[in-house]
Design a protein around this ligand. Structure first.
Ligand code: UDP
Ligand code: MG
Length: 137
């Protein structure tokens, strides 16, 4: 089976009506959306999902942001998709993210304690397996 990654469209992406545009980019790249759902994240899911960031200054603003509205969760499949989707996203800071990327084209700094950057993508095979379990059981 080809590689799988966990993609989240964060509350800013859903709120701004960018779900279709983001999934369009994923599909146009040639990846396959294997699972897709709109959900309200729970504190428990977020604590597990962002465990590596606990204690950092942006941690609580990040959790509050992720609880602020519905998110869209997807499992995306394809050879090389873990790093490939990270390339489609661009870097975490939307001001620095390159034009042509999701964060570079569609995102910007809103002057808040957390960078609202539209999307999450797993950063390794281990993260992908762990995160797909958190969001899809
Ligand atoms: N984040 C932030 N400020 C920072 C670093 C991260 O607001 O200095 C937020 C941002 O929304 C980011 C998330 O925390 O997407 C998780 O951070 P990570 O470093 O894992 O970035 P990602 O893997 O999402 O690019
Ligand atoms: Mg990360």
């Amino acid at each position: 089976m080809s590689e799988r990654t966990l993609v989240l469209i964060k509350p800013d992406g859903v709120e701004r009506g960018l779900t279709g545009e983001i999934l369009r980019r994923v599909e146009q790249k040639g990846y396959r959306v294997a699972e897709l759902k709109k959900v309200a994240a729970t504190q428990v899911q977020l604590a597990e999902h962002y465990a590596e960031h606990e204690g950092k200054p942006f941690y609580q603003p990040l959790v509050d942001f992720m609880l602020s509205g519905p998110i869209v969760a997807a499992v995306v499949e394809g050879d090389g998709v873990i790093s490939g989707f990270r390339s489609l996203c661009g870097v975490s800071d939307p001001t620095a993210a390159a034009p042509g990327t999701i964060r570079g084209d569609l995102g910007r700094d809103w002057g808040e304690k957390v960078q609202k950057n539209l999307v999450h993508g797993s950063d390794s095979a281990e993260s992908a397996a762990r995160e797909i379990r958190i969001w899809f059981g």
